[in-house]
Design a protein around this ligand. Structure first.
Ligand code: AMP
Length: 127
């Protein structure tokens, strides 16, 4: 089944500049901005400008130009913030929640870049 994109989601509003954001980096096909409720000293969201609901939607249907732009934007933000572990940064974690089990709040693809402290183990034990 094809994905249905909700044009009223909050990130669509940000892309239309109907609500403000703290932009970290903007490219022709992507936008990186600070998360409004940061869960780490560095918490940036990277979104494509296209109408993609989640990662698999984007990975399967976006153009190669969009995919390269999005991937490079994530890399550029990591570099800008000094997070690259190979360059004396302390590293980071990328998260992209999708759907109900992924507990996705906003139905527009976003990758969280989290950094600035030790982030602990990836998942809490089930229980
Ligand atoms: P997720 O659970 O992966 O869908 O995460 C959605 C993220 O969007 C959360 O971390 C929110 O804090 C963040 N968020 C929601 N509204 C805004 C906003 N207006 N500006 C920046 N971040 C937001």
């Amino acid at each position: 089944m094809a994905y249905a994109y909700d044009d009223q989601n909050i990130f669509a509003c940000i892309l239309r500049k109907e609500i403000p954001n703290k932009t970290v980096l903007e490219t022709p096909h992507s936008l990186a901005f600070e998360d409004i409720r940061p869960q780490a000293p560095n918490h940036v969201l990277v979104i494509p400008k296209g109408r993609y609901v989640c990662y698999d939607h984007f990975a399967l249907e976006a153009t190669e130009v969009e995919i390269v732009d999005f991937t490079r934007t994530i890399g550029a933000v990591c570099k800008m913030l000094g997070l690259q572990p190979g360059h004396d940064g302390q590293g980071y974690r990328l998260i992209s929640n999708a759907g109900t089990h992924g507990v996705q709040e906003v139905p527009h693809l976003h990758v969280h870049i989290l950094a600035g402290r030790s982030l602990g183990r990836m998942l809490q034990p089930a229980g």
